[in-house]
Design a protein around this ligand. Sequence first.
Ligand SMILES: Nc1nc2c(c(=O)[nH]1)N[C@@H](CN(C=O)c1ccc(C(=O)N[C@@H](CCC(=O)O)C(=O)O)cc1)CN2
Length: 287
Amino acid sequence: MTAQKLDGSGTLKAIKAELTERVAALREQGVVPGLGTVLVGDDPGSHWYVGAKHKDCAEIGIESIRVDLPASSTQAEVEAAIDELNADPACTGFLVQQPTGLDEFALLSRVDPDKDVDGLHPVNLGRLVLGEDGSLPCTPLGCIELLRRHGIELRGAEVVVVGRGLTVGRPMGLLLTRRSENATATLCHTGTRDLAAHTRNADVVVAAAGVPGIITGDMVKPGAAVLDVGVSRVDGKIAGDVADDVWETAGWVSPNPGGVGPMTRAMLLVNVVTMAERKLAASKVPA
Ligand SMILES: Nc1nc2c(c(=O)[nH]1)N[C@@H](CN(C=O)c1ccc(C(=O)N[C@@H](CCC(=O)O)C(=O)O)cc1)CN2
């Protein structure tokens, strides 16, 4: 048996087509959505990601505000760039591309929560815990949307998330256990005694440990869906958390590249457009 592909690249294309219509409707009402990015340093991967985000925006009618700063930038200089985007009315929302090599929590916390397109500001993570409206973190949201668009049922499913990082693992557990998803989520991490015992029982495995090949075929229930979130570089090539033999056991696998990465970009676009729509709706409410 060979697993079917959870096609992130194709899904990104479909989502862009849908968003193009929503952006056109906003523009007709005089609202031009704008995405800002702050990029620090010369990391080629980060440059590629930021370039791809702005290319996506251009394709669907979102304006771009790109702030690229040298690797020598201080915390204060990056915070000044954040303050400018917070105050810029042309910027619907923005993100600071990670990693920056600086105090990332301080940078994240400085972003206006209502302009936080990454959904990682402490206020937005709090809103997620409380079930209030706010931006949702792009990578875990992208995983859920990828499953939904391939007809994979989450309601009542056993989902094992491997990794407890702030950008994927922790918010993933919160998203999966919302009433709208109604999955049972288990968060595994380096302190988990028997990882395979958990993953073998899972209908869905989300591998976000950043350890190349940590999930092998013998650790997966036949027919399960396996999402490969980990991104490591081995000999200059992307290496995911999912070993090749998983394709022989699983029912569905997200390739890497071509799976969760493009979905992260798709959800970023969704967040920008949703923010612009919310601001427009709020401006119409009589005082
Ligand atoms: N502020 C943020 N920084 C980072 C985030 C984030 O969500 N917000 N996530 C990652 C990088 N990332 C988004 O910024 C990201 C990762 C991967 C992709 C993607 O489309 N990847 C392609 C392959 C690209 C390649 O060949 O290198 C794929 O998977 O097909 C987009 C965005 C860390 N930083």
